[in-house]
Write a protein of this length. Structure first.
Length: 230
């Protein structure tokens, strides 16, 4: 069974419309829709915004639904000039840009006393998603690279530049690395998919509302195709 997580209702509403819903289960104030998408067993859930919501949601998918893999779909701010609004980023790995234990001698993003702080995505899922995206979203570009997360909406160029310098990320958002960490701890394969809705700089507030809808359309198209072939 494939677990599909979105942070906002807008991100999962399009998938819910395409699902055959067999059961709706409430856990931790989240609504888990169990059923099928393109004939394949799935659980679709809106986790809410931020890393804590995302991690709790992932743990429930592992504990209660015993999912075989998790895909997190949503929107993000671009960290590279060549990644434009509307494009899609598939995670090769993830890190948390707001993890700061530098006072103990660690580098930014390093989680003390963990074997890794850089969580690797499932290569098969990534390859499948890239193939699917190129087929169903030919009007945009698809990139593979690091997704960085933090409990911050990045709308300041100086902060964007700092994140880029320290983490070499392709995009920044608020849930992916937490989902990745929880999936890693539970040994569940995962992939983070992000459609670019803004440039994560001083134009982000202006761009966000205008481009969010188009970004979500691309994500829903892609997620539906992944489910069909997974």
């Amino acid at each position: 069974m494939l677990g599909i997580i979105g942070a906002m209702e807008e991100e999962v509403a399009g998938l819910k419309e395409k699902m055959v819903v067999e059961q709706t289960i409430q856990r931790a104030s989240m609504e888990f829709l169990k059923g099928s998408l393109e004939g394949k067993p799935v659980v679709v859930v809106r986790c809410g915004i931020g890393k804590v919501n995302a991690a709790i949601c992932t743990q429930i998918l592992a504990d209660e639904f015993h999912v075989d893999a998790i895909v997190n779909t949503g929107i993000a701010g671009s960290l590279k000039n060549e990644i434009n609004i509307g494009d899609i980023v598939l995670s090769t790995d993830t890190m948390q840009h707001d993890m700061d234990a530098t006072g103990f001698g660690y580098e930014y993003g390093i989680i003390p006393r963990m074997e890794t702080s850089c969580f690797q995505s499932d290569e098969k899922l990534m390859a499948l998603a890239k193939e699917c995206c190129e087929r169903v979203n030919p009007d945009i570009s698809v990139f593979t690279g690091r997704v960085v997360s933090g409990d911050q909406f990045i709308s300041d160029k100086a902060k964007k530049d700092w994140i880029s310098e320290h983490f070499q990320g392709f995009c920044t958002e608020m849930e992916g690395a937490a989902i990745a960490q929880a999936a890693y701890l539970n040994q569940v394969p995962f992939l983070i998919i992000r459609a670019i809705s803004d440039k994560a700089d001083n134009s982000a507030q202006m761009d966000y509302a205008e481009f969010e809808r188009k970004a979500i359309i691309h994500s829903v198209r892609l997620m539906t195709e992944i489910a069909k072939l997974w």
